[in-house]
Structure formats: structure tokens, C-alpha cells
Design a protein around this ligand. Structure first.
Ligand code: ADP
Ligand code: MG
Ligand code: MG
Length: 987
């Protein structure tokens, strides 16, 4: 058996590893090797691989055989290169033992400096260097670090000891302590160790070394590191590597020092050397905040030679890695050493600026630039945020879901009405409620931000707030609204008190924190144009481009989204239009009407108002497609709830409130989301959709008359069977024909459907015959597939996530195995019938980067998201294209060679998501592998290979149906194959 190499040496101008070996050596180790190979001065050392860490945990904290020997050999080599020996009492080699995983986790794991120090070595070092102060400083630092990290001594005890000696000596800084003071401190420290652990501080350097190695491997699983990985979604790493490296000393005296710097400004991105350093200091002193570090620019004066050398190295490293570098350096007696380099973490502004600048400098190409900016970076740039200086000091009093990004401060109000009234008086208000409902819309618009105590990421408050770009923290359990007070994190607040929320983090703060609004730069526009280019060029089977549309209900939203680069409106919800005061009363009158005639009369009042809204949206979108969803929510939602509302309606109708009440009560449903809603309303009251279609048609005519290009698409919600469309589609067509005929204009209008009920996904081969396009309504599809009420998930979903029952909130990121599986069925079957069927997504998931990646792989034509997420989706879409390039992603249609297209996709699935090894994982593969059809049309479609066979559906009804009368043979609307099979199987 070939022996695995576990220890990699670097030093003397040569290294056994390099930058490409991050998985094995960790980021720190790999780059130390790379810098060594580049001829940059790096203290020599060796790296114990991440594989050892993995094996250590697999073997119940035991090392694989042969490690001791390999480390010993590494140490020998190091001693030779350094011409010093670990534990040599006359001239000791001192080392650091440093952690470092493949992905940087700054400060989360442990590092120990000055290892090898003991009672003899300290004297040897003092004599050898002629600098006893330095020797004792190194020793006391070592005891402090080793005692804390390896032996578990409370580090406050060491801090107390050093404070008391400084007090006694009447000095302020550590650097003012003399050799004798430090020697005394070492004695104190050793006492502390003995008292705390019952053991003496270890004097044998090899024992120290293994203690430190154990501790560093152990720190991989410390609570902090585990939490950090969770929060940052870091998975699939083997563990940390351990770097044993000879020490260099910034604490040698005033000709020595240590610092941290960036090759460009990490907050602005400006190409300016940026950083801080401290003279006579070691390790983390710079960031510890005890002494105030100096700006790197002052080093140019203090030590021009070192400064020039450092600038040369940072330039070289930036060129080499083609990215902004974050460097650690130490100067020992006028000699410069590099201790770390990595790609620097940066703020959103800097990410965009660096990316654009580096393309201009010829350092990177556009694709690399696109991969350098994260959706989170862009998100930062689109919303106000708490002034970073204030944010540092602010203490969050409670935390909810980060439902809509951005920060907001306002005076607390408890009702939408008050929000509107206060805002009218010029107040900034924060709407605090248990939850919100559609009738609160006015108050939500009037508010700076929204805070709710219940509801999940797709609760009404969250969805609407995101759509409006209003910051929102939802489902904050620590918020308790009790009449006219609210308890937030245990503190009581009243109406008019100030609160600040951060919708990007979910934090809630007391009082009014200062906010800053970043502005959208020229660089950002340039950058996003590149993203559009990449998406425009992609081809998946018959699907060209991968567009970003928006969900916009109001002309202002559409306009904003368009400015943000939306290529169409994928969802224009019309119900918000009804909640508008002028329309609501007519609509309420309509739903309590007794006769069709009366209903029609009421709807006529709404028609011109709705037409105006549509006209506004068409105009704002300048001829881009606008998908208008006909009325969707349950009638129930429009019902007047309070007595005054009932009275208002009664007086409008000229009847008594008492006679009206029973009619209203009749409309109450036990389970409205599964009740009388969507196209069901149109089946029972066709005149509602008729009115809406007429308004759309008139608005389109108006556009034509004003020479405004117009491209309406009509979308029918909550479809469960093709027969609903079969019934409703001709109604719409008739009205369009009539209005356009009268006006003598021609406007092609597509009529499509939402796929948002599991049954519709499974029956999409049939539905496709009556639909010109599909749009996945993944909010409802997720709700119905999981049977998780999206308004009530807050009570159990957090625990599901905590206990690992689910990896991610399925309302935020698509559940690829389940809901995504249904989508794949819908896409494959829909395109089997209509190979060029345009298919999009309009659920909240459409703005989520991981979901966008899935949508790309699944072959969607576009994603549609709320206006403020459009820039982010433009980027995420481009990243999906780049990430999946070379993976032969098809459009969900049947592949030419009879090989199912999407089967190839499976490799591209990131291992990190989904339900791990649950049996259900097969759903996705099955759906992909057995697409409905062999060749284009549906002739043999569902018949031969029922797509759903192994998927979610138990018994593919499709079999019988389409089998008998090949569905698409006579295709589209004309003669549905279903005719004869109707009795046997529902469409
Ligand atoms: P982290 O990952 O937390 O930054 P590091 O391993 O980089 O931990 O080390 C912490 C500090 O100690 C850094 O400032 C680093 O530069 C310094 N340091 C580490 N090894 C040495 C060494 N061999 N000589 C001098 N300083 C070192
Ligand atoms: Mg470091
Ligand atoms: Mg829906």
C-alpha cells in the first residue's frame, strides 16, 4: 500500500506543496508554500495535512499510524534549515503551531506562538540574543497562549496578572515592562497554571508541540468554529491543517514589529495600499486593540527600505493570485517576513470596484470578475444600512428572520392606519405587528420598516416588504405585541418609541441608530452588463438566454425594477390593485352581490381603475413582456372584518348592516388558502376574470394608440386540471378578440398558467395543451408539497433547521429534491408537448442565488423576483451559467439521442444541499432520467414512459389518458385528447 504523505515541508526557497493544494494543506499552508516557491521571505516550517484531522476524528481522536515519525522528520528538516534545535537550552528553535482550513475561518480556530520556550531556553535565548527583555516577553506570551488554548486556563487570570504588575509599576503599556518585570510575570503565570490545572507548565518542548497540535486539531470542532461553519454554510471540508513554523519576532525591540495589510482598500476597493502595524509587537497585538496601531503609510517614513520591499511583495502577490490580498507580516530587526496571504474579504462596494478595475487592468477576465462578487455583496449596495461605526457598538435586543434586507429606524405604531396617519404628519414610523394582511398595505407603504412576531420568510409581511424594498424583520419570537405596548427582548416599548431594525441580519435595536445609504455606482452598472452578456449567450437545448424578470404590482415597482435591469414582469399580482381604497369598496360590493348582473355592474366600476394600473405598468416596461396574474387570493380576504367596515359597505349599498352581515358570514372559509380562490373564482364567477381581461385589452389598446410597445401575457393561477383552462381560456380569447377587433388593432397576447399545485406539475403534459407558457409559483408549490402553511411555519421550522431535519428553509431556497423534482416533471412534460414552451419561476425563490442555480440547470427560461433583488439575480444567473459551463445543461426537453437531457445535470448538484441521504433523493434523478417523452411531441409521451412513474406521483394517471389519445397529436387548444377519457381520468 502506497503510503500517504501527511507532512509537507516549506523553506529554504522551496516547498513541497503549492497554492493549488488548499484541500490538503488548508489555505494558510498552501499559500505559505506558494510564497516560499515565489522566493518571498517566509519563515520555514511544515504543514500537517487536513486528512490527518479527518482521520483523527474518524478514529476517535487517534492519529493514523506513522504521523509521529513524519512530524519528527519534518522537525529534523526544519532544525537543519534553521540551524537551531527545538529545546536546545543554549539556542532554542521556537515555532508557532497554526490552524488553517481550506476555507478561511478567521480567528475561529487556535494558534500558539513561541513554542519551545522553557526555563532553560529563556536564559539561552536571552544570552544568545543579548536581549533578555525579549526572551522573557516571548516566554510569558507562550505560557499565556498555551495555558489558555491547550490547558484551558481562563485567560482573564493572565490578564489580571499583567494588569496588576503594570499598575504596580505605574506603566500603561506592555512594552514598558522590563525584563525583570516579565521574569516576575512568568513566575506568576506559572503559579496560575498550577492553581488552575493542578499541573506544572510543561517544560519538554516535544510534549508542548504535541499538546499544541492536539489543541489545533481539537479547535476544528470547537463550538465557535462549528457555529461559524454553520452560519457561513461551509460544508464538506476535511478539517484543519496544522502549520508548524519557525518563529520570527516582531517583539524583539523598536526595530521590529508586526502588521496586517491589504493590497487594496477592502471597504472602498480603491487601489491603495492599506493596513496597520505596530512596532515591538507580536501576533495579534495589532488587532487586540490594547495599543493603537499605525497606518501603513507611516512605515514609508519610518523604514523606507522595508516599506518598499513590502509594497513590492504585495504587488507581486496580487499579480500572482490575481486578486486583492490580505497579508500578515513581521519585521525582525529590520528584516521583513511574510506570515500569511489570502484573498482579502471585502465589502460590497470594494468587491464591485475591484472586479471592474482588475478587468480594466488586464488582471482578470470578465467571467472571473463575475465570480468574485457575491450576491450578498450586491445586496449590501442596494439598501440603507446601519452606520458601521454605530453598528459596532449597538446591541441587538432580539432577533427575528432577516425577511427583507436593509435597515430602518422609526417610531413604533401598531396599526396600518396609524402608520398612514403618522406618516402623513411627517413622522418616520416602524410598523410593529403580530403579522400583516393584504389590507395593511397602505400602512406598510407608509412605514420605514416592518417588524412582526410571527410568520416565516414568505409570510405576507415578508413578501410584500421585499417587493417594496422595505426592510422587514419577521417572525421575531422575542417580540410580543400586547395591546398598546410591545415587549421586545424583555423590554417594554410604547407607541412613538424609537426602534431600529436590520432586515439584512434580523436584528432589532433599541432607539434610533444612524443609517447610511450606499449609492449605485457606474462600476456596478458596468459589472451587471457583463452579467447580462453572459446570460444572453447561454444556450441550453432549445432554450436561449437566461433572463431576469421581476415581480411588480405597481407602475413604480415596475419602473424601479426596469432601472435595475429587469427584462420583463414575470408576475403582476392584481389583488393589490383591489385593496386600493377606490376599488375595494366596489369589490366588496361585488362579492356580496346576489345576481350576476349586479356583480357585473360593480366590476364595471373597477374596470377603468384597473385599466389605468395596467397601462402604467405596460408603459413602465417599454414593451417588455408583462405577465399579469388574474385574481388569486380567496374571496375571504376581501371580506370586511370589522363592524365599521361592514357599516361603511352597508351605507354604500344603501342597506342595513344587519342585513348585510349574514352575506358576509357566508363568505368566511375554514381554510381559505385551499378554498375559493384563483381560477376557482372564475369557474364560479366568470365575470371577474372577464373584467380583468377586458381591462388588460383596453390598456393594451391605449398603449398602441400612444405608440407605446406593449406585450401583455395573461396568467391563470391555482390551476389543478387542464379542464379549468379549457373552460377559461376561450372566455379570455373572446374578450381579447372583441376589444382588439373594435379598436382595429392586433396585439398578440399569450395565455398561460401558474404551476403551483403539485397536481398541476404532474399533469403538466395536459395543461401545456392549453397554456402558452408556465410559471412556477413556488411559494404555493412549496406550501402544498410540504403541507407547511407558509404563514405558520415560524412555530416549527426553526427547530427543524436546528435539529437538522431540514438543511434550509424551503421557502427561501427551493427544496431541490421534492419541490424541484415536481418542477422537473413539469418542465419535462410541458416541453414534451410544446418543445418551445417558455417556463419561468415567480415565487419568492426566484431571487435566491441557490435556487437560481437550480432554475438554470432545470432549463427555465427566466427567473422573476422582487425589484430589489433584480441586480442580485442578474449576477446569480450569470454565476449559474459560469458554474455549470461544460456540464451540458439542457432545457428539460427530450434529448436528441434519446438520452434524457437532465440526467447529466445531476453531477452539478452541489453536495451540500438537500436531504443528504434520505431515500427521497431519488426523486430528482428519476424525474430527470425518465422524461415524459422520447421525441418532441407528446405522441407517445406520457403513455410509454410515464414521467411520474417513480416520482412523487403514485399512479401516473397520465398513462391511461394520454395513452389512448396521444395528447399533443392534435396539439393545442382545439381538440383535447381528453374527451373520451374524461370519465375515467380527470385532466
Ligand atoms: P489566524 O488564522 O487566527 O490569523 P495565525 O495562525 O495567522 O492565526 O496567527 C496569529 C498571529 O500570529 C498572526 O498575526 C500571525 O502573523 C502570527 N504568527 C503566526 N505564526 C508566526 C510565526 N511563525 N512568527 C511570527 N508570528 C507568527
Ligand atoms: Mg492569520
Ligand atoms: Mg400562489
Amino acid at each position: 500500500m502506497a503510503k500517504q504523505k501527511n507532512v509537507y515541508f516549506f523553506g529554504g526557497g522551496k516547498a513541497e506543496g503549492d497554492a493549488k493544494m488548499k484541500e490538503v494543506l488548508g489555505g494558510k499552508g498552501a499559500n505559505l508554500a506558494e510564497m516560499t516557491n515565489l522566493g518571498i521571505p517566509v519563515p520555514p516550517g511544515f504543514t500537517i495535512s487536513t486528512g490527518v484531522c479527518a482521520a483523527y476524528y474518524e478514529n476517535k481522536n487517534k492519529y493514523p499510524a506513522g504521523i509521529k515519525e513524519e512530524v519528527e522528520a519534518g522537525l529534523k528538516k526544519l532544525e537543519q534549515v534553521m540551524k537551531k534545535k527545538l529545546g536546545d537550552p543554549a539556542d532554542p528553535l521556537l515555532v508557532s503551531v497554526r490552524s488553517g482550513a481550506a476555507v478561511s475561518m478567521p480567528g475561529m480556530m487556535d494558534t500558539i506562538l513561541n513554542l519551545g520556550m522553557n526555563d532553560q531556553a529563556v536564559n539561552g535565548l536571552a544570552k544568545k540574543t543579548g536581549n533578555p527583555r525579549f526572551a522573557w516577553d516571548a516566554y510569558r506570551r507562550f505560557i499565556q497562549m498555551y495555558g489558555d488554548v491547550v490547558m484551558g486556563v481562563d485567560h482573564d487570570k493572565f490578564e489580571e496578572a499583567i494588569s496588576s504588575i503594570k499598575k504596580a509599576k505605574q506603566v500603561e503599556l506592555d512594552t514598558q515592562l522590563t525584563a525583570a518585570d516579565l521574569e516576575h510575570l512568568v513566575t506568576e503565570y506559572k503559579k496560575i497554571v498550577r492553581q488552575s490545572t493542578g499541573k506544572d507548565f510543561p517544560q519538554v518542548p516535544r510534549d508542548q508541540l504535541w499538546g499544541a497540535i492536539n489543541a489545533v486539531f481539537g479547535s476544528w470542532m470547537n463550538e465557535r468554529a462549528i457555529k461559524y461553519r454553520q452560519l457561513n454554510d461551509i460544508r464538506g471540508l476535511k478539517g484543519t491543517a496544522v502549520n508548524v513554523q519557525s518563529m520570527v519576532f516582531g517583539n524583539f525591540g523598536d526595530d521590529s514589529g508586526t502588521g496586517v495589510c491589504f493590497s487594496r482598500d477592502p471597504s472602498t476597493g480603491v487601489n491603495e495600499f492599506y493596513g496597520e502595524y505596530l512596532m515591538n509587537a507580536q501576533g495579534e497585538d495589532v488587532v487586540a486593540g490594547i495599543r493603537t496601531p499605525e497606518k501603513i503609510a507611516t512605515l514609508a517614513k519610518r523604514n523606507p527600505v522595508i516599506y518598499k520591499q513590502l509594497v513590492g511583495i504585495k504587488n507581486k502577490l496580487e499579480k500572482h493570485f490575481r486578486d486583492m490580498q490580505d497579508l500578515e507580516f513581521t519585521v525582525q530587526q529590520g528584516k521583513l517576513f511574510l506570515l500569511q496571504t489570502r484573498n482579502g474579504k471585502r465589502a460590497g462596494t470594494a468587491a464591485v470596484k475591484c472586479a471592474v478595475d482588475m478587468v480594466a487592468e488586464g488582471l482578470i477576465d470578465k467571467k472571473t470578475a463575475i465570480m468574485r462578487v457575491t450576491p450578498g455583496h450586491l445586496d449590501q449596495l442596494l439598501h440603507p444600512m446601519i452606520d458601521p461605526a454605530a453598528a459596532k457598538q449597538a446591541v441587538s435586543i432580539t432577533k427575528g428572520l432577516n425577511a427583507s434586507p436593509g435597515a430602518a429606524s422609526g417610531k413604533i405604531v401598531f396599526s396600518a392606519k396609524d402608520a398612514e396617519a403618522w406618516q402623513a404628519k411627517g413622522e418616520k414610523v416602524l410598523l410593529v405587528r403580530k403579522d400583516t394582511s393584504p389590507e395593511d398595505i397602505g400602512g406598510m407603504v407608509a412605514s420605514e420598516g416592518i417588524l412582526t412576531s410571527t410568520g416565516g420568510m414568505t409570510s405576507h409581511a415578508a413578501v410584500v416588504a421585499r417587493g417594496m424594498g422595505t426592510p422587514c424583520v419577521a417572525g421575531a419570537k422575542g417580540v410580543l405585541v400586547q395591546g398598546d405596548i410591545v415587549i421586545v427582548g424583555g423590554k417594554t416599548f410604547r407607541e412613538g418609541d424609537w426602534l431600529t431594525i436590520d432586515g439584512s441580519t434580523g436584528d432589532v435595536y433599541e432607539g434610533r441608530l444612524p443609517l447610511v445609504t450606499p449609492n449605485i455606482s457606474k462600476d456596478m452598472n458596468t459589472f451587471l452588463k457583463w452579467c447580462d452578456e453572459v446570460r444572453a449567450q447561454t444556450v441550453r437545448g432549445r432554450v436561449k438566454d437566461f433572463q431576469v424578470w421581476t415581480n411588480a404590482d405597481q407602475p413604480e415597482d415596475a419602473k424601479r425594477a426596469f432601472e435595475f435591469g429587469a427584462q420583463g414582469v414575470g408576475l403582476c399580482r392584481t389583488e393589490h390593485m383591489f385593496f386600493d381604497k377606490a376599488k375595494l369598496i366596489h369589490f366588496r360590493a361585488m362579492i356580496v352581490a346576489d345576481t350576476e348582473d349586479e356583480r357585473k355592474k360593480r366590476l364595471k366600476e373597477i374596470l377603468p381603475l384597473q385599466q389605468k394600473d395596467f397601462f402604467g405598468i405596460f408603459k413602465a416596461m417599454e414593451g417588455r413582456p408583462v405577465v399579469i396574474r388574474l385574481l388569486d387570493p380567496p374571496l375571504h380576504e376581501f371580506v370586511p372584518h370589522t363592524r365599521p367596515e361592514v357599516e361603511e359597505l352597508a351605507s354604500y349599498l344603501g342597506v342595513s348592516a344587519d342585513s348585510l352581515q349574514p352575506k358576509i358570514d357566508r363568505l368566511i372559509e375554514a381554510n381559505p388558502m385551499l378554498g375559493h380562490r384563483g381560477c376557482r373564482l372564475a369557474v364560479t364567477y366568470p365575470e371577474i376574470y372577464d373584467m380583468q381581461v377586458e381591462a388588460i385589452a383596453h390598456a393594451a389598446v391605449e398603449c398602441i394608440k400612444e405608440n407605446i410597445p406593449v406585450h401583455p401575457e395573461i396568467m391563470i393561477p391555482i390551476v389543478v386540471t387542464a379542464r379549468e383552462l379549457k373552460l377559461l381560456r376561450p372566455n379570455a380569447e373572446k374578450i381579447l378578440e372583441k376589444v382588439f377587433g373594435d379598436a382595429k388593432v392586433k396585439v398578440p397576447v399569450k395565455i398561460g398558467t401558474m404551476i403551483e399545485v403539485p397536481r398541476a406539475a404532474i399533469r403538466s403534459a395536459h395543461i401545456a395543451r392549453y397554456a402558452d407558457f408556465f410559471s412556477f409559483g413556488t411559494n404555493d408549490l412549496t406550501q402544498m408539497t410540504f403541507a407547511f402553511s407558509r404563514d405558520d411555519v415560524a412555530s416549527f421550522l426553526p427547530v427543524y433547521l436546528e435539529k437538522g431535519v431540514l438543511d434550509v428553509d424551503p421557502f427561501k431556497t427551493i427544496d431541490e429534491d421534492g419541490v424541484g423534482g415536481l418542477m422537473r416533471v413539469g418542465i419535462t412534460m410541458g416541453r414534451a408537448v410544446k418543445p418551445d414552451l417558455k417556463i419561468g419561476i415567480c415565487g419568492e425563490h426566484g431571487g435566491d442565488p441557490a435556487t437560481i442555480d437550480f432554475c438554470y440547470r432545470a432549463g427555465l427560461s427566466y427567473v422573476s423576483c422582487s425589484p430589489f433583488r433584480v441586480p442580485l439575480a442578474r449576477l446569480a444567473g450569470a454565476q449559474a451559467v459560469i458554474n455549470n459551463s461544460g456540464k451540458n445543461v439542457k432545457g428539460g426537453e427530450t434529448a436528441k439521442a434519446g438520452k434524457p437531457a437532465s440526467a447529466k445535470v445531476k453531477g452539478s448538484k452541489k453536495p451540500v444541499r438537500g436531504e443528504k441521504k434520505m431515500a427521497e433523493g431519488t426523486v430528482k434523478k428519476t424525474a430527470a432520467k425518465k422524461p415524459a417523452a422520447k421525441k418532441p411531441a407528446a405522441k407517445k409521451t406520457a403513455a410509454k414512459k410515464p414521467a411520474a412513474k417513480k416520482t412523487a406521483a403514485k399512479k401516473p394517471a397520465a398513462k391511461k389518458t394520454a395513452a389512448k389519445k396521444p395528447a399533443a397529436k392534435k396539439t393545442a387548444a382545439k381538440k383535447p385528447a381528453a374527451k373520451k377519457t374524461v370519465k375515467k381520468t380527470a385532466l
